[in-house]
Ligand binder design. Structure first.
Ligand code: CO
Length: 288
């Protein structure tokens, strides 16, 4: 059991650790179909792809820039599984673009499904134009109009049962900052944007609390986000401390992945959302 002083030290260390959003991992029913949709409709690039027949799966990484500096998606295809349940807890990913109207028209022309036509955000005073589209597996992508940005893949939205608990958890365990908190009583939800830099310049975790809703289904489609850290062992120590206070669970003790030498640790947040911490230096080596 850690002493109070060493607990304090490791929690302070988290605030100075070098964190970054690396990728979001989720399952798709047809890898080629999703690659085609993301490259043609969203303008993503296929960054790497590998097939692991011994374990009966393949994966593909796509994004708007190299993994060394960008948040990307990691798609997993499990042999023979063509359909997944997305559940009620997963919200959406988001893509920032300079012209939502044009992007929506392009997506529609290529057969994409538009679930919310472009227009200003409802409720509140924001004039930001957004739209929602659905990918071939049913994952929702929010399209957000903003000026040129270094990180077009800009949100992962997850629903949570207690917003303040989640904010405290991601601040303390992951070193995120609360970038924005907004209550929207007309539509009965509150959201919090959590991240490591300004909302317009980086990927954020958008947490949504719907009034009175504390439980969601997780389904089996969305898997996790991966974050970079300089030290998975210290990160795991901090997570363990925060879990005692706020809930959650370590699902993989810190250490190298067998056969790959990349050091990781993983855990569930208080709502059961999975996060993987990946050693920053190992991750860069893996990309070479
Ligand atoms: Co959003």
């Amino acid at each position: 059991m850690a002493s109070e002083e060493s607990s304090q030290n490791v929690l302070e260390w988290v605030q100075n650790d070098k964190h970054r959003f690396l990728h979001a991992v989720y399952r798709v029913g047809n890898l080629e179909r999703t690659i085609k949709f993301y490259t043609e409709c969203f303008g993503m690039k296929l960054l790497r792809q590998r097939d692991i027949p011994e374990e009966k799966y393949s994966n593909a990484f796509l994004g708007f820039g190299p993994e060394e500096s960008h948040f990307v998606v990691e798609l997993t295809y499990n042999y023979g599984v063509d359909k997944y349940d997305i559940g009620t807890g997963f919200g959406h990913f988001a893509i920032a673009t300079e012209d939502v109207y044009k992007l929506v028209e392009d997506i529609r022309a290529k057969g994409g499904k538009v679930t919310r036509e472009p227009g200003p955000v409802k409720g509140g005073t924001s004039t930001t134009v957004i739209a929602f589209v659905q990918d071939p597996d049913g994952y929702i992508f929010e399209l957000i109009q903003r000026g040129p940005t270094p990180e077009p893949l800009c949100q992962v939205m997850l629903r949570v049962g207690d917003l303040d608990r989640s904010i405290a958890f991601y601040e303390k365990a992951c070193g995120m900052k609360l970038l924005k908190k907004k209550d929207n009583p007309d539509y009965k939800y509150t959201l919090a944007m959590m991240g490591y830099a300004k909302e317009e310049e980086t990927t954020v975790l958008e947490l949504t609390y719907n009034y009175g809703v504390t439980e969601y289904t997780k389904g089996n489609a969305y898997a996790q986000i991966a974050l970079g850290t300089d030290d998975v062992y210290k990160s795991a120590e901090a997570i363990r401390i925060v879990i005692q206070e706020l809930g959650g669970k370590i699902t993989r003790e810190p250490g190298p992945i067998p056969g790959l030498s990349t050091k990781i640790t993983s855990f569930l947040d208080p709502d059961g959302w999975k996060v993987v911490f990946v050693d920053n230096a190992d991750f860069l080596k893996e990309l070479q």
